[in-house]
Design a protein around this ligand. Sequence first.
Ligand SMILES: Nc1ncnc2c1ncn2[C@@H]1O[C@H](COP(=O)(O)OP(=O)(O)OP(=O)(O)O)[C@@H](O)[C@H]1O
Length: 382
Amino acid sequence: MMSSITAVYPHQFLPPKQMENDDHKEVPDNASEHCPGTRSEDAGKSDACAGCPNQEACASSAPNGPDPCYLHVNSYLVAIAERIATVKHKILILSGKGGVGKSTFAAQLSFALADMDYQVGLLDIDICGPSMPKMLGLEGQTIHQSNLGWSPVYVDSIGVMSVGFLLPHPDADITWRGPRKNGLIKQFLKEVYWGELDFLVVDTPPGTSDEQISIVQFLKETGIDGAIIVTTPQQVSLIDVRKEASFCKRVGIRVLGVVENMSGLSQPVSDLKYLKRAKTRREEPEDVTERVLAVLREKASELLGLVAFTEVFDSSGGGAAKMCVEKGVPFLGKVPLDPQLCKTAEEGKSCFGRDECWVSASALSAIINQWSICDQFMKNSN
Ligand SMILES: Nc1ncnc2c1ncn2[C@@H]1O[C@H](COP(=O)(O)OP(=O)(O)OP(=O)(O)O)[C@@H](O)[C@H]1O
C-alpha cells in the first residue's frame, strides 16, 4: 500500500554526495558523507574516512589504482536484482545510429503489449536525449516517491521512467560523462518500484557506449531476455547494426531480431490513383460523385489492405534482411516511412486502431506478432 507520496526533484537525481562530485571522483554508495572520492590522494586517510566501511580498501589502493567501488558491485547488483524481481521479461531496444526510429518503436511496442493486456514498463535510459515523455504524451509530468520507491508515470497502464521527468524545464540539457550516467541508471534500477510487470522495455541511446554497458552490467544478475535492433535501410545504418549485433554476442544478449524502419513509402492505392488523376487534370475533383468515389476507394483499399510501395532510400545492398542472413539473426520485418506514424508518435499516441496510420500500424502489428515473443516468453515463465 502506497503512502506519503512526494515529488522527486531534480536535485534528487543522485545522492547529494554524488551531485557534488566532478565526473572523475568515484564515491561508493555506502561512503561517509564527506568522502573525498576513491581516486583521491586522501582516500581512506581523511577525517571523513573514519568509520567508513571502505576505509581499509581505499587506504590500501594507490590513487588512481583499482576502484574500490567495484568491491561493492555485488551489494548493488543484489539490490537491483531484488527490486527487479517483479519484472518477468526485460527487452532492450538498440540501434547503431540515431534518428532511425528506435524510441518510436519502443513506444509503439509498449502500446501494443499493453493492448494485449500485458503489464508493461518502459525505461528510457537515453540520459542526454530522453524522448519518452513526448512519445508517450507525458511532457511536464514529474516523478513521485512513496515508501515503496520512485513511482513511474503512467499512461494507458504503461509505467514510464525517464530522466525527462526530472528536468527543471524541457530545454534543460544534460551534459554528463559516463560515471554520472551510470549512477542515474543504477538509481533508476534500484529506486523505481515497477510492481508486477510482464515486460520492461528499455529504450537506449544509439551505439554501444556508457548506457548500454551500464544496463547490461546492472541487469546481469537477473538476465536480459533479448534485444531488438532498429535500423533504416541505408548501408551506413546497417554497418552500425552489425556492431550492435557483435556487442550483443559479446555480452551474451540474444538478438530477438532486427526491424527495418522508414523502409520505403507505402501509400493506400486509392490515394495514388486519386493524386495522379488530380495532377494530370490539374484540378480538384469538384464533382460530388468524384469525391464520393475517392472516399470509397480509400476505404476499400484500407479494408483490402491495398498499398503501393515506393522505394525512398537506396537498398541495393539488400537492406536489413540480407544483413540478418549474414549475421545469423532474425529479420522481423519492415515499417514504412509514414508521415502519419511520425505525427501520431510525436503526439504521444498509439498508432494502433487509428485509421490515419493503418499502413504503419499493420506493419508494426505483423512484426510484433511474427516476433511472437509474448507467447514464447509467457510459456517459458509459466
Ligand atoms: N516509420 C516512420 N515514418 C515516419 N517517421 C518516423 C518513422 N519512425 C520514426 N519516425 C520519426 O522519426 C523521428 C526520429 O525517431 P526516433 O526519435 O524514434 O528515433 P531514435 O532512433 O530513437 O533517435 P535517437 O536515438 O537519436 O533518440 C521522430 O520524429 C519519429 O516520429
